[in-house]
Design a protein around this ligand. Sequence first.
Ligand code: AMP
Ligand code: MG
Length: 402
Amino acid sequence: MALLEDVGTVQHRLLSDASLLSTEPCSIAEAAGRILREDISAPLDVPPHDNSAMDGYAVRRADLLDGRPLPVSQRVPAGAAPEALMPGTAVRIFTGAVIPPGADCVLAQEDCWLEDEQLCTDLRPVAAQHIRPRGQDIRRGQSLLSAGKRLSSVDVGLLASVGIDECRVSRPIRVAQLSTGDELRSPGEPLAAGQIYNSNRPMLSSLLRSMGCEVRDMGLVADSAEATASALTSAARDADLVLSTGGVSVGEEDHVKAQVEKLGALKVWRLAIKPGKPLAYGDIHGVPFFGLPGNPVSSFVTFCLLVRPYLLAMQGYASPLPQTRIAEADFDWPKAGSRQEYLRVTVSERDGSPRLSLFPQQSSGALTSVAYSNALAIIPIGTTLSRGDRVDYIPFAELGVE
Ligand code: AMP
Ligand code: MG
């Protein structure tokens, strides 16, 4: 039997194998979810001028000392450019409006009143009261966002706040996807005896699209050498990556491995991982190729652990590998395995600390084990667990699964 490869070692090898995609300009309106490929610093101060945090009156503190009412000499709404404060007067001002030169504080309108159109207050404000100083939020020249970050909707707002309307991001990855298996039918079609529905195709294509990939569906591939070779060849045309499911094992009905060896090169096959042992990585005519196992849980787990980080690395993402966390196991795992296991678990808080409970059905064919869980617990080779032991896990949120 061929030696099984260590998952962590393969993950790192794949990351160094992934070649970086070219970039393209992107309007910030379209940029959420894309991976930024430039460092961005602020071209201006935000806010760009001292402005009022309240509706009220801008005054000079020295003019309040003798307690005399102040005539109102100017009205400054947000968006207007004020004149300098005339000493001994008050300026009617509104939230966001520029502080007139010479004013050193703002009185909130609740803290004062008008008598004969003159401003009265009992308050002795501190310097700069209710003034938001220029640059309070962002300083000109300050580093705002670094290359390699996936842009969030808030990042897009941040860019807008400094007047940036376009940034450089990775171009979308074109992924050609195919499903092998004579038994597969698409949802919506009737099932004949012996057939099952193709659940990998929609699951993986949604995972891909949620990462910003353009998915080209190459359809179903029959379990024959010819069909596999011709599907792989046309998939590799005009794609950045080819992804298949099924047919990657060693049965007579499994043709993927042999055809990849013929059409390109097989660089990884068989990982010490459960679920997901038969996994092929290589290239077809120079185009990167992943052949995931057909069992839906295996294809989910191997996609998350290997394909997703690889795609993120191609896009220039700063930290492509999923980060693990630690929690207490609420279950026993009495049998040590010869492959690293990824158990489907639910993380919940108890007494302020996270605990993992095990989904009762851990078959690699049982997609409910993923659908009704929210994390993968990692059991290293040769390890057993007793309730209360600490164990590494990856929350689904870390894998982009919502
Ligand atoms: P294979 O990797 O082709 O040996 O398939 C392993 C198991 O996964 C078999 O029980 C297949 O019927 C099942 N399977 C393969 N592809 C899919 C798919 N796209 N959707 C659901 N189940 C699949
Ligand atoms: Mg098959």
